[in-house]
Design a binder for this molecule. Structure first.
Ligand code: SF4
Length: 150
Protein backbone atom coordinates (compact mmCIF):
# COMPACT_ATOMS: atom_id res chain seq x y z
CA UNK A 1 0.00 0.00 0.00
CA UNK A 2 1.13 3.50 -0.86
CA UNK A 3 0.52 6.86 0.74
CA UNK A 4 0.38 9.47 -2.06
CA UNK A 5 0.47 13.28 -2.03
CA UNK A 6 -3.13 14.29 -2.53
CA UNK A 7 -2.28 16.95 -5.14
CA UNK A 8 -0.78 14.22 -7.37
CA UNK A 9 -4.20 12.53 -7.31
CA UNK A 10 -5.83 15.59 -8.88
CA UNK A 11 -7.06 17.16 -5.66
CA UNK A 12 -6.77 20.99 -5.60
CA UNK A 13 -4.93 21.24 -2.29
CA UNK A 14 -1.73 23.08 -3.32
CA UNK A 15 -0.97 26.41 -1.64
CA UNK A 16 -2.40 28.29 -4.62
CA UNK A 17 -5.45 26.04 -4.95
CA UNK A 18 -4.11 24.12 -7.94
CA UNK A 19 -3.75 20.35 -8.34
CA UNK A 20 -1.24 18.15 -10.09
CA UNK A 21 -2.48 16.69 -13.36
CA UNK A 22 -3.31 13.08 -12.62
CA UNK A 23 -2.94 12.32 -16.33
CA UNK A 24 0.81 12.96 -15.82
CA UNK A 25 0.95 10.17 -13.22
CA UNK A 26 -0.41 6.92 -14.73
CA UNK A 27 1.22 4.89 -11.91
CA UNK A 28 -0.73 6.89 -9.31
CA UNK A 29 -3.93 6.49 -11.30
CA UNK A 30 -3.37 2.74 -11.46
CA UNK A 31 -2.71 2.44 -7.72
CA UNK A 32 -5.83 4.46 -6.89
CA UNK A 33 -7.97 2.34 -9.24
CA UNK A 34 -6.62 -0.82 -7.59
CA UNK A 35 -7.33 0.50 -4.10
CA UNK A 36 -3.61 0.43 -3.31
CA UNK A 37 -3.12 4.13 -2.60
CA UNK A 38 -4.26 6.49 0.14
CA UNK A 39 -4.24 10.20 -0.78
CA UNK A 40 -3.19 12.61 1.97
CA UNK A 41 -2.26 16.28 2.12
CA UNK A 42 -0.18 16.80 5.27
CA UNK A 43 -0.52 20.59 5.04
CA UNK A 44 -4.32 20.37 5.18
CA UNK A 45 -4.15 17.66 7.87
CA UNK A 46 -2.06 20.12 9.86
CA UNK A 47 -4.86 22.68 9.70
CA UNK A 48 -3.68 24.97 6.89
CA UNK A 49 -6.28 26.36 4.45
CA UNK A 50 -6.48 26.51 0.64
CA UNK A 51 -5.23 28.89 -0.62
CA UNK A 52 -2.36 29.66 1.76
CA UNK A 53 0.92 31.52 1.50
CA UNK A 54 3.82 29.32 0.34
CA UNK A 55 6.10 28.10 3.14
CA UNK A 56 9.73 26.96 3.30
CA UNK A 57 11.96 25.16 5.80
CA UNK A 58 14.43 27.53 7.43
CA UNK A 59 17.36 27.14 9.82
CA UNK A 60 18.05 23.46 9.16
CA UNK A 61 16.68 20.28 7.62
CA UNK A 62 13.28 18.61 7.87
CA UNK A 63 14.76 16.24 10.45
CA UNK A 64 15.81 19.30 12.44
CA UNK A 65 12.22 20.58 12.17
CA UNK A 66 10.95 17.28 13.63
CA UNK A 67 13.51 17.63 16.47
CA UNK A 68 12.39 21.21 17.19
CA UNK A 69 15.71 22.63 15.94
CA UNK A 70 14.49 24.34 12.73
CA UNK A 71 11.26 25.92 11.55
CA UNK A 72 8.81 26.13 8.68
CA UNK A 73 7.89 29.74 7.98
CA UNK A 74 5.47 31.09 5.39
CA UNK A 75 6.05 33.94 2.96
CA UNK A 76 4.41 36.36 5.42
CA UNK A 77 6.91 35.41 8.10
CA UNK A 78 4.42 33.37 10.12
CA UNK A 79 5.83 30.30 11.89
CA UNK A 80 3.79 27.31 10.66
CA UNK A 81 6.11 24.63 12.07
CA UNK A 82 3.43 23.08 14.22
CA UNK A 83 1.07 22.73 11.25
CA UNK A 84 3.79 20.80 9.42
CA UNK A 85 4.85 18.54 12.29
CA UNK A 86 1.25 17.78 13.30
CA UNK A 87 0.22 17.21 9.67
CA UNK A 88 3.12 14.81 9.15
CA UNK A 89 2.27 12.97 12.36
CA UNK A 90 -1.37 12.59 11.29
CA UNK A 91 -0.40 11.47 7.77
CA UNK A 92 1.95 8.86 9.27
CA UNK A 93 -0.84 7.59 11.50
CA UNK A 94 -3.23 7.29 8.54
CA UNK A 95 -0.55 5.53 6.50
CA UNK A 96 0.16 3.01 9.25
CA UNK A 97 -3.55 2.37 9.83
CA UNK A 98 -3.96 1.66 6.10
CA UNK A 99 -0.96 -0.70 6.08
CA UNK A 100 1.24 1.49 3.87
CA UNK A 101 5.00 1.06 3.73
CA UNK A 102 5.69 3.06 0.56
CA UNK A 103 4.99 6.65 -0.45
CA UNK A 104 4.87 8.70 -3.64
CA UNK A 105 5.31 12.38 -2.81
CA UNK A 106 5.47 15.71 -4.61
CA UNK A 107 9.01 16.97 -5.06
CA UNK A 108 10.15 20.35 -3.62
CA UNK A 109 7.23 20.78 -1.19
CA UNK A 110 8.29 21.66 2.39
CA UNK A 111 6.04 18.79 3.50
CA UNK A 112 6.31 16.26 0.67
CA UNK A 113 9.67 16.97 -1.04
CA UNK A 114 11.78 13.81 -1.39
CA UNK A 115 15.18 14.90 -2.74
CA UNK A 116 14.91 18.67 -2.99
CA UNK A 117 13.24 21.56 -1.15
CA UNK A 118 13.40 25.36 -1.30
CA UNK A 119 16.10 26.86 0.90
CA UNK A 120 14.03 29.20 3.07
CA UNK A 121 14.93 32.39 1.20
CA UNK A 122 11.76 32.50 -0.97
CA UNK A 123 13.85 33.35 -4.01
CA UNK A 124 13.35 30.04 -5.81
CA UNK A 125 16.63 28.44 -4.69
CA UNK A 126 16.35 24.67 -4.34
CA UNK A 127 18.69 22.63 -2.12
CA UNK A 128 19.04 18.89 -1.43
CA UNK A 129 16.72 17.78 1.38
CA UNK A 130 13.40 16.30 2.42
CA UNK A 131 10.05 17.77 3.28
CA UNK A 132 8.80 17.21 6.82
CA UNK A 133 6.47 14.31 5.94
CA UNK A 134 9.10 12.64 3.75
CA UNK A 135 11.64 12.81 6.59
CA UNK A 136 9.14 11.34 9.03
CA UNK A 137 8.16 8.50 6.70
CA UNK A 138 11.82 7.68 5.93
CA UNK A 139 12.60 7.53 9.64
CA UNK A 140 9.78 4.98 9.99
CA UNK A 141 11.21 2.75 7.25
CA UNK A 142 8.95 3.78 4.36
CA UNK A 143 10.25 3.61 0.81
CA UNK A 144 9.68 7.19 -0.35
CA UNK A 145 9.52 7.88 -4.10
CA UNK A 146 9.50 11.31 -5.75
CA UNK A 147 6.82 12.06 -8.36
CA UNK A 148 9.73 13.10 -10.57
CA UNK A 149 11.15 9.56 -10.44
CA UNK A 150 7.96 7.80 -11.56
S1 SF4 B 1 1.47 19.24 1.25
FE1 SF4 B 1 1.97 17.62 -0.20
S2 SF4 B 1 -0.04 16.83 -0.79
FE2 SF4 B 1 -0.40 18.81 0.11
S3 SF4 B 1 -0.39 20.22 -1.62
FE3 SF4 B 1 1.68 20.20 -0.78
S4 SF4 B 1 2.74 18.67 -2.01
FE4 SF4 B 1 0.57 18.34 -2.32
Amino acid sequence: MYIVSSCLCGNPCRYNGSAGQISKYPRVRELLAQGLAVAVCPELLGGLPVPRPPAEITGGTATDVLKGKAKVVNANGVDVTENYTEGARMALELALQAGCNKAILKERSPACGVHRVYDGSFNGTVVPGDGVLAAMLKSHGFQVISDEDL
